[in-house]
Write a protein that binds this ligand. Structure first.
Ligand code: SF4
Length: 240
């Protein structure tokens, strides 16, 4: 996957979409009033990716899916609403470290958010400046059903760095109960806590069905269960 040319890597973000207000649909902040900045580009390609428009040229016209937006324009958009949760997602946001560093620190300085979350696959370590500015990393290491090879999806040194930040929450996408064994192996090997298990699915029927199957086994592991609230509410609508 080739990232587009970025005119100024310190000042401009390559974005897929900005949207909100809406609710954070996944993980520890589910249900919170939030605005989303979805960055363009991902260096891996999960077979079930729910935001493939950020990087999959076989399925999307990537030229139409990306735009260059300055940090100042993003800050201006954020200043138009009440400070709440800002979620920087993707794609893989940590592919644009310098400009994300500047963005999250500017959001803090101008008090445009009470909390900032970055959603990442856990394959690129955050910079120290990013780690100091965010509230939480929602880290989603991918399982074998992503059809990625293990070395593509599990980077031990990155998992260690994210754990050391003290700000990582681990959100695993599961399709069925068998996936919990794989999650347990990763949790035990890399000492990952807290754990959230979230059903894979882009329609409410699938999400609900998988949550019902996963609920008791997730409880038995002592883990947390996440829904996909935006999917339950709005199915697969873009920008919600
Ligand atoms: S890491 Fe995330 S954005 Fe990248 S392909 Fe996988 S699900 Fe999609």
């Amino acid at each position: 996957m080739k990232l587009p040319v970025v005119p100024d890597a310190e000042r401009d973000l390559v974005i897929n979409e900005m949207f909100g207000p809406t609710f954070q649909g996944e993980g520890p902040s589910t249900g919170r009033y939030a605005r989303f900045i979805r960055l363009f580009g991902c260096h891996i390609s999960c077979v079930w990716c729910d935001s493939a428009q950020t990087h999959d040229q076989r399925r999307y016209d990537l030229a139409a899916e990306q735009r260059i937006v300055s940090i100042e324009d993003v800050l201006s958009w954020l200043s138009g609403g009440p400070a709440g949760l800002v979620v920087i997602t993707g794609g893989e946001p940590l592919l644009q470290p310098r400009v994300v560093e500047r963005l999250v620190n500017a959001i803090r300085e101008r008090q445009l958010a009470t909390d900032i979350e970055i959603e990442t696959s856990g394959t690129i370590a955050p910079t120290a400046l990013i780690a100091s500015a965010v509230t939480r990393f929602n880290v989603s290491p991918k399982l074998a059903h992503s059809r990625l090879r293990r070395h593509q999806r599990i980077r031990p040194t990155v998992l260690k760095d994210l754990t050391a930040s003290g700000k990582a929450s681990w959100k695993f996408v599961a399709q069925d109960v068998d996936d919990l064994d794989e999650i347990q192996e990763l949790v035990s090997t890399y000492d990952l806590h807290p754990v959230w298990v979230m059903p894979e699915g882009t329609d409410s029927t699938t999400v609900l069905a998988r949550m019902r199957v996963l609920a008791d086994p997730v409880l038995a592991h002592g883990w947390n269960l996440s829904t996909r609230l935006h999917t339950l509410l709005w199915e697969n609508d873009r920008g919600r």
